[in-house]
Design a protein around this ligand. Sequence first.
Ligand SMILES: Cc1ncc(COP(=O)(O)O)c(C=O)c1O
Length: 404
Amino acid sequence: MVVDPFAKGGLQDAEAVLRAHGVDAYFRAVEGWTDDGFAVLGGRTVVMAGSNDYLGLSRDPRVIAAAVEALGRYGASVSGSRPLNGTVDLHERLEARIAGFLGQEAAAVATTGFQANLALAAALGPGDVAFSDARNHASLIDGLRLGTGKILTYRHGDLDHLRRRLTTAPAEGRLIVTDGVFSMEGDVAPLRGLRDLADEFDAKLIVDSAHDLGVLGTRGAGLHEAAGLEDRADLITATFSKALGSTGGVIAGPAANVTRLRYNARSLVFSAGLPPASAAAALQALDILEAEPQRRERLRRLARLLHDGLRAIGLDTRPSTTPIVPVAFPDMAQAGAFWAGLTEAGVVVNLVGPPATSRAMLRVTLTAAHDEGHAERVIQAFTRVADRLRTPRAAQPLPPVEIS
Ligand SMILES: Cc1ncc(COP(=O)(O)O)c(C=O)c1O
């Protein structure tokens, strides 16, 4: 039997199941934005409650102006890899700026956050073992898979299980690898416990701060800042495509670690450098992030409203304590029906499910580009759709969660 190598499961299978239920949830094109925080999709004005533009910077006029200026000065592409002709002075400024912001000695900019995580391959050699949280982002998993060492998964956030794994697995070098804030369910990694285990077992701790950069910490510098551990980081990876409203990725940490990966990681060496417009946008966004803490406060306020509003009508948003608000469903068909009802009501959220997540879910996010009125519309839409579909809910309103 000849097998079509292209015909392999994944999102396409999930989409086929949803389509059979009349739900068309993926690859829907945004046609534009209104000035008051609404998106235009399929000719309709909707609340986009699925974006990772946490601080609302991707359409900030200052960010756009910086990108336009860089486009005029450097062109649309660097037309080569970073070690050869593809480094511009903007990359160097951005690396110094973001290292300082994260409280790290050095940083190296990658073309995407995914590629920043693929760089981990260079740190996982023969004889080494990576201990990877079971719910880590696909890019961390793929980075480790490209390495030549062994990967052992530990149960999500379970420090006891990780300890057992560290105790029993023989290894030359050890890496502990985790998301900072988990991308789909919005819970926060137990960083202090992970750090202590890393120290005890002489392991390096690698934290992907994609969803906590700009969101957690008094300065917005992420999970290490929030936990008071900036001076004990081994490697932080992050993306510019979320709170920084741009595109690109970064690895940051002690200079020796960053330099090794800058020279050895194939995803950093063998790919064209970050487009100058994206570097300039990220640099400008960092300035705004620092100068305008009210954006982070608004993000937290809206997150609290969303969690409280959904929990008040008996929809559970655990385990999240962050602006990523998950609502779980028994299966994709029910999550899809709810998603379609929300879309009909003018609220677009993200419909996600296994294997990307542990369960069928709607992932809801509001950003600093939204206000209380948007939050109200989202909660009202959830209430109406839950009533109409008779969605199973807690009998009593659920108590508020403490936002991280
Ligand atoms: C936790 C995490 N890491 C890395 C990435 C990849 O970032 P980028 O979009 O810059 O490739 C994402 C994006 O979805 C993410 O959620």
